[in-house]
Design a protein around this ligand. Structure first.
Ligand SMILES: Cc1ncc(COP(=O)(O)O)c(C=O)c1O
Length: 482
């Protein structure tokens, strides 16, 4: 993707690919959208995809695959054990990351399960720049706890800081000193911190984290699920890395880690996951859990087709012209909204555009899930499906009270190479309309609340008639438009 200046002066991100397989979409009228969101219990995870026009729920497993990836899926070695497909993938990981050992798993959270089961015991602490939902649950289920050590700037929705995912080194030291290094299971870094707007860390900061780990003899574990966006940001925002290739930056990052794990639903644009390391000790410590929970060591729950596509996808991740599409589209969307005064997380990160629901609808209290309410409103306004990343995505405190989230974000993910610019413009238009009518948006309350990871399957209802009023206003303003 390149940025091209139009004769009109407008600068737009230009797709450096052509689309040759398409999927037909439907845009159902707002009256049907009202019914669909009610049937889904106001939870966008429970909407049927046929009722969704722009599916911005996630970038997980829904990125567009390349022609080379699809072609590779034909020439697979479908063996339970010792598959040549596994060897090709394993060799590619070694070539890119310089790691000797590879443990396959069916997706990112499966890697977290194995890591937590191996290294987290009752009373363990895992310091990290920021938590991810499934990461935290796996750690707490093993009796451990999470300590977040992200820089203060990372917790501000509006900022000009280019690396809001950086670790506060003083905070990290303080956490280690407070608990004692023997209590620290490992230090975790998340590239492209998911829950705070897809914000990256810089290589320099990572080196400082490594130094602290060396000082206290701690393992550094990298969650590389969103590494590709982070690589692009290091290359374009970190002056000292300007002349390095993506491959060189990747290798420098990998050399700083004891263990790397990833969701290949994101990194590698396929569906799967894995843990890689150079440490034979770590490999042996985790190895036996793979056949138990995932599948034999040469497939780990993945289909061989996905493994072949992943090997090609990982190679393509080393191409800046390929990985820059996501961040550039996101930047376009974020900047357009920001210029209109609509509260979005800035600077633009990876993964998607994040609306700041606390600032968008400040009249909705956090206990009525403003980000969840905004997700429902966004679907009603435009059949655009986003994901709540706020209090609803948190687990309750042990006493049953709400754990109010630092952020209330509506994440509108931009799966890579999936949407066109006119679709992004449509989303911007419907967000703008919603912002003009934000006073109409009300809160949500649970009618069915699962005990764990409630955001996936929980069902909610609006606290008033606000959704019908919002739909009526849409008809007044936009007439018969879909
Ligand atoms: C940073 C991060 N870690 C882990 C995961 C879990 O990966 P998966 O969805 O493949 O289980 C995700 C998924 O969104 C993620 O963004």
């Amino acid at each position: 993707m390149s940025s091209a200046k139009m004769f009109t002066g407008e600068e737009i991100p230009l797709e450096m690919h052509k689309v040759r397989i398409v999927q037909k979409l439907r845009l159902v009228p707002i009256e049907d959208r009202l019914k669909a969101i009610a049937q889904a219990g106001n939870n966008t995870f429970l909407l049927q995809s046929r009722d969704v026009f722009l599916d911005m729920l996630t970038d997980s497993g829904v990125n567009a695959m390349s022609d080379h990836q699809l072609a590779s899926m034909i020439t697979v070695d479908d063996a339970y054990a010792g598959s040549a497909t596994f060897t090709r993938l394993s060799d590619k990981l070694t070539e890119i990351f310089g790691t000797k050992y590879f443990l396959p798993a069916h997706q990112g959270r499966a890697c977290e399960h194995i890591l937590a089961k191996t290294y987290v015991t009752a009373g363990s602490v895992v310091p990290m720049n920021f938590h991810f939902t499934t990461t935290k649950v796996h750690i707490t289920l093993c009796g451990g706890s999470v300590e977040e050590v992200i820089i203060e700037e990372g917790l501000k929705s509006k900022s000009t800081c280019p690396f809001k995912g950086d670790t506060d080194i003083a905070k990290l030291r303080a956490v280690i000193e407070k608990h004692g290094p023997q209590k620290i299971a490992f230090v975790r870094l998340e590239s492209g911190t998911n829950l705070v707007g897809g914000q990256p860390f810089c290589l320099q900061n990572m080196k400082e984290v490594r130094k602290v780990c060396d000082e206290y003899r701690l393992m550094l574990v990298l969650d590389a699920s969103l590494l590709q966006d982070n690589l692009y940001f290091i290359k374009t925002r970190e002056a000292r890395c300007k002349n390095k290739t993506i491959r060189e930056i990747t290798r420098e990052i990998a050399d700083l880690c004891d263990i790397i794990y990833f969701s290949a639903r994101k990194l590698g644009a396929a569906r799967g996951g894995g843990i890689i390391t150079n440490s034979e000790k770590a490999y042996r410590a985790m190895r036996d859990l793979v056949p138990l929970y995932e599948g034999f060591l040469t497939y780990g729950g993945m289909s061989v087709r996905e493994m072949e596509a992943m090997a090609v996808g990982l190679e393509e991740t080393m191409d800046e012209e390929i990985i820059n599409q996501g961040p550039q589209f996101i930047e376009y969307m974020v900047n357009k909204l920001d210029r209109k005064g609509i509260p979005v997380v800035t600077p633009a990160g990876g993964l998607g555009c994040h609306l700041d629901a606390k600032a968008f609808i400040p009249h909705v209290p956090q206990v009525e899930y403003p980000a969840g309410a905004l997700a429902a409103a966004m679907y009603i306004a435009g059949a655009v499906r986003g994901m709540e990343r706020g209090t609803l995505s948190e687990e309750r405190n042990p006493d049953g009270s709400e754990h109010l989230s630092e952020f209330e974000l509506l994440r509108l993910a931009l799966p890579r190479r999936v949407f066109t610019l006119s679709q992004v413009k449509y989303a911007i238009d419907r967000i703008t309309w919603l912002y003009e009518n934000r006073a109409l948006i009300g809160g949500l309350k649970f009618i069915e609340e699962p005990a764990v990871l409630r955001f996936f399957m929980g069902r909610l209802a609006p606290v008033s008639e606000w959704q019908t009023k919002l739909a009526a206003k849409f008809r007044t303003d936009l007439g018969n438009s879909l």
